[in-house]
Design a binder for this molecule. Structure first.
Ligand code: SAH
Ligand code: SF4
Ligand code: F3S
Length: 467
C-alpha cells in the first residue's frame, strides 16, 4: 500500500497552511424530501466529522432518517485503527448493496480514515461498484460538490488536499448541551503501531482566536460543556511559530465562562506543569484526564515510540494526583505488542496496580499495514494475547468498581443530558469526573448541572437521586 510519506514532512509554518473560510451557499431545494443516513465508527474525531457531514447534507435539503433502507443517501464514516474495521465496513456495505436493489438511486458514500487507505479505496472501486462516492478525511468540505457531480452522472475522483485548516465550518451538533471543538487536526507523533498520522495527516492546529470565537458562540447559544478535540491536545500549537501553548489555550477557554471544559486526548510526553496548574485552579476545567499509558514496560514503550518510560509515566501520574483534587484518570492500553514477554506484560499490570485507573480502554495489538510495528516478526500467539487481555480487563474492572464505590452516599454535580436508555423513568448525565450517572426525579432538569446523591455504584455507571 502507498501511504503518503508524511514522516518526510518537516515542521510546518503558518504560511504553509491555508486557512479556508467556508461560506459557500447551496440550494436547499436540490434534494428536498430526500433523506440521509450516517453511520459513524471510530473516535470522537469521526463523531464530530459526522456532525459536519450532516450539516453539509442538510444544506442541500436532505433530512435525517434512522433507517438505512429509507435513505436516499447513506454515508459510512469509517475508522482504521484496528483490523476489525475492515469487517465492519464490508459488512455494512453488504446492507447498502441489498438496500440499493430496491432503491436504485440511493447514493452510497464512504469517508473517514479507511477512505485514506489506498488498498481499501482500490478494493471498493473495483469490487464494490455500487459505492458512489469515496472521500478522505481532508475532503469533507467537498461533499456537496461531490453529490452534485454524482447527480449529473459525472465521474468522481478522490483526492487529498492535506495541509489546509478550514474555518467557519457549519455543524449539525448531536446535542445542544455539550459540543466538540476541534483545536488541531492530524498527529505528528508516529507511534510505531498507529495508523492515525497516515489517515489524518500531520498536525495542524487551528488559530487560538478562531477556537475562542467558536467557544464564545457556543456559550451564547447556551451550551454547558465543550470538549477540546485533538489526537494530541497538549501538543497544540507546537508546529506554529507564534501560537500560545495548550495550557494558555485551556485558560482562555475557561475564561469564556463555559460551565464545563474537557479535552481529549493528552499525550504523557507533552503534559506540562502549567497544564496541571490550569486544571487545578479553574473550577470549570473538569478534573478528568484521559492519559493513555499503552504499556507499562519501558522497553515496549521505546519500541512503540511513545517517548516516556514507565517511571516517567508514574511520576506524571503522581504529580496530577497531588495537584488536582479528586481527579479521575483513565487510560488506553495495548497488550501483545510484537514479542511482548510475560515479564513486560507484568510491568503493565504493575502500573495498573499503582495507578488504579478509573477506567481503561484495552486492546490487543493489531498490525496496521504501512506502520513500522506491523513489519516486526511477532512470535507471540493470539491465545497468549487474549489471555493477557482477559487478565488485564479483570484488574481494570476491579479498580473501576473500587473507584466508583468511593462515590456512594456522596453528593456530586451532574450535567443532565437526556432520558436514560435503560430506564425511561430516569435521566442520565455525567459527573465532573466523567462518571455516567442514571438519575431519579430529575426529568425536568435536562441541560442543567444539578446536585445528585449517589445511591448505587457499578463498574461502568452510578445511580443517583436529585438532592
Ligand atoms: N491519540 C490518542 C489515541 C488515538 S487511537 C493517543 O495517542 O492516545 C486510540 C487508541 O487505540 C490508542 O490509544 C491505542 O491504545 C489504540 N490503538 C491504536 N493503534 C492500535 C493498534 N494498531 N492496535 C491496537 N490498538 C491500537
Ligand atoms: Fe496514534 Fe500515537 Fe498519534 Fe495517538 S499520539 S494518534 S497513538 S500516533
Ligand atoms: Fe479511527 Fe481515524 Fe479516529 S482511525 S480512532 S477514526 S482518527
Amino acid at each position: 500500500m502507498n501511504l503518503p510519506d508524511l514522516k518526510a514532512a518537516k515542521k510546518r509554518t503558518d504560511e504553509e497552511v491555508e486557512y479556508v473560510n467556508l461560506d459557500q451557499k447551496y440550494d436547499k431545494n436540490t434534494f428536498a424530501n430526500q433523506k440521509y443516513f450516517i453511520r459513524t465508527y471510530g473516535c470522537q474525531m469521526n463523531v464530530h466529522d459526522s456532525e459536519e457531514i450532516a450539516a453539509r447534507l442538510e444544506s442541500l435539503g436532505f433530512t435525517s432518517t434512522d433507517e438505512l433502507e429509507n435513505a436516499d443517501i447513506v454515508i459510512l464514516n469509517t475508522c482504521a485503527i484496528r483490523e476489525n474495521a475492515h469487517e465492519k465496513l464490508f459488512g455494512f456495505l453488504g446492507r447498502c448493496k441489498h438496500a440499493k436493489k430496491d432503491k436504485k438511486n440511493m447514493i452510497v458514500g464512504i469517508c473517514g480514515c479507511m477512505a485514506q487507505e489506498e488498498n481499501v479505496v482500490n478494493e471498493i472501486m473495483t469490487k464494490h461498484k455500487y459505492v458512489d462516492i469515496v472521500f478522505g478525511t481532508h475532503n469533507i468540505h467537498e461533499l456537496q460538490d461531490l453529490i452534485l457531480k454524482k447527480n449529473k452522472k459525472q465521474e468522481i475522483n478522490v483526492y487529498s488536499c492535506e495541509g489546509k485548516v478550514y474555518e467557519n465550518v457549519d455543524y449539525k451538533r448531536d446535542s445542544n448541551i455539550k459540543a466538540w471543538v476541534n483545536i488541531q487536526y492530524g498527529c505528528d507523533k508516529f507511534c510505531t503501531y498507529c495508523i492515525v498520522p497516515y489517515t489524518r495527516g500531520k498536525q495542524r492546529s487551528r488559530r487560538s482566536c478562531m477556537i475562542i470565537k467558536e467557544v464564545e458562540d457556543l456559550v451564547k447559544k447556551g451550551y454547558k460543556e465543550v470538549t477540546l478535540l485533538g489526537q494530541n491536545v497538549n501538543a497544540y500549537g507546537k508546529e506554529l511559530d507564534d501560537e500560545i501553548s495548550f495550557a494558555e489555550l485551556l485558560q482562555k477557554v475557561s475564561d469564556t465562562g463555559i460551565p464545563r471544559v474537557r479535552f481529549v486526548t493528552s499525550h504523557p510526553w507533552d503534559f506540562t506543569d502549567e497544564m496541571i496548574d490550569v486544571i487545578a485552579k479553574n473550577d470549570n476545567v473538569m478534573p478528568y484526564i484521559h492519559l493513555p499509558l499503552q504499556s507499562g514496560s519501558s522497553r515496549i514503550l521505546k519500541l512503540m515510540g511513545r517517548r516516556y518510560t514507565k517511571e516517567e509515566y508514574l511520576e506524571l501520574y503522581k504529580k496530577i494526583r497531588e495537584k488536582v483534587k479528586d481527579c479521575s484518570i483513565t487510560t488506553d492500553i495495548i497488550v501483545g505488542f510484537p514479542n511482548e514477554t510475560e515479564e513486560q506484560f507484568q510491568d503493565t499490570l504493575d502500573v495498573v496496580n499503582i495507578c488504579k485507573f478509573d477506567s481503561a480502554f484495552t486492546f490487543i495489538f493489531s498490525p496496521r499495514e504501512g506502520t513500522p510495528a506491523a513489519q516486526i516478526d511477532d512470535k507471540v500467539d493470539l491465545k497468549t494475547k487474549e489471555d493477557r487481555l482477559h487478565r488485564l480487563n479483570e484488574l481494570i474492572n476491579k479498580y473501576s468498581l473500587e473507584a466508583n464505590k468511593k462515590y456512594l452516599d456522596k453528593t456530586v454535580k451532574v450535567l443532565i443530558e437526556g432520558p436514560s436508555e435503560k430506564d425511561p423513568n430516569k435521566v442520565f448525565g455525567y459527573t465532573e469526573t466523567m462518571k455516567l450517572v442514571n438519575v431519579e426525579n430529575a426529568k425536568d432538569k435536562i441541560g442543567e448541572i444539578v446536585d445528585v446523591k449517589i445511591t448505587d455504584a457499578k463498574s461502568f455507571s452510578l445511580d443517583g437521586t436529585l438532592v
